[in-house]
Ligand binder design. Sequence first.
Ligand SMILES: NC(=O)c1ccc[n+]([C@@H]2O[C@H](COP(=O)([O-])OP(=O)(O)OC[C@H]3O[C@@H](n4cnc5c(N)ncnc54)[C@H](O)[C@@H]3O)[C@@H](O)[C@H]2O)c1
Length: 257
Amino acid sequence: MFTLEGRKALVTGGASGIGSTTAGILRDLGADVALADVDTDGLAVRSAELGNCPTFACDVSDEQQAETTVQAAAEALGGLDIAVNSAGLVDEVKYALERDMAPWQRIIDVNLRGTLQICRAAGRIMVPAGKGAIVNIASVNGPGGWPRRTAYGPSKAAIVALTKELACEWGPHGVRVNAVGPGYVATPMIQGLIEDDKIDTERLNNRTPLGRLATTEEIGQAIAFLASDWASYITGETLFVDGGWMAYGGAGDVKTF
Ligand SMILES: NC(=O)c1ccc[n+]([C@@H]2O[C@H](COP(=O)([O-])OP(=O)(O)OC[C@H]3O[C@@H](n4cnc5c(N)ncnc54)[C@H](O)[C@@H]3O)[C@@H](O)[C@H]2O)c1
């Protein structure tokens, strides 16, 4: 089994869902972990569960907050080897012709600009140090097109591209940049869409070769792998952890096709 013993890791979106679980997995593998999020109550709860790790209130879409948070996390941890960008917003689920541009811009600012800003701040530490691993979070809704996702989908497709660009810029400096592309994962983000009748779990299960949503652990394990030395020759990749969603090209449900 690989280890992250002694590694210093910052996880954004660490108060909930994929980020929260990933922080626990990184910690269990030996890393010292810091969390950043806009949800300060959630940060306090998760920090206590993890044994009082450092936490930082941060809106990743704000450049100054992103810079100071990464700097402060590196100071608190005594360095920065791993950055996981799990902060993100779901789409409004409105048709392109009916949506307002202000909420559209907010999703782009958090998901895409926020990811770049945390990557840049981490890169300012990792590039001079000649080492480091960054893991961004894309989605199957990026390469794939979904109606009513004209902010979320483009933000995630751009994260796939951004991951490649930064991997090429920072590879010569020993810094790897990868992404995980989850399918649907059972998190508060998805729970909200289910409760609002904006997604139908049964239809998603039927469209997924493995027949179910992912757990946050299954996404966190892939993130930990990409952050570890077991992925030492992997950079610029988006690893889809989607139960076969992207592989399926048939018509209708998997079982009936
Ligand atoms: N759940 C899924 O099915 C799924 C699928 C594919 C990709 N993703 C992506 O995974 C990531 C995590 O999503 P999740 O499902 O764990 O959702 P979540 O809502 O459980 O967690 C997201 C966290 O990000 C935080 N956040 C939101 N805006 C922020 C901001 N401006 N600055 C800092 N923190 C902010 C929230 O407070 C929350 O704690 C997101 O990027 C999401 O797009 C999720």
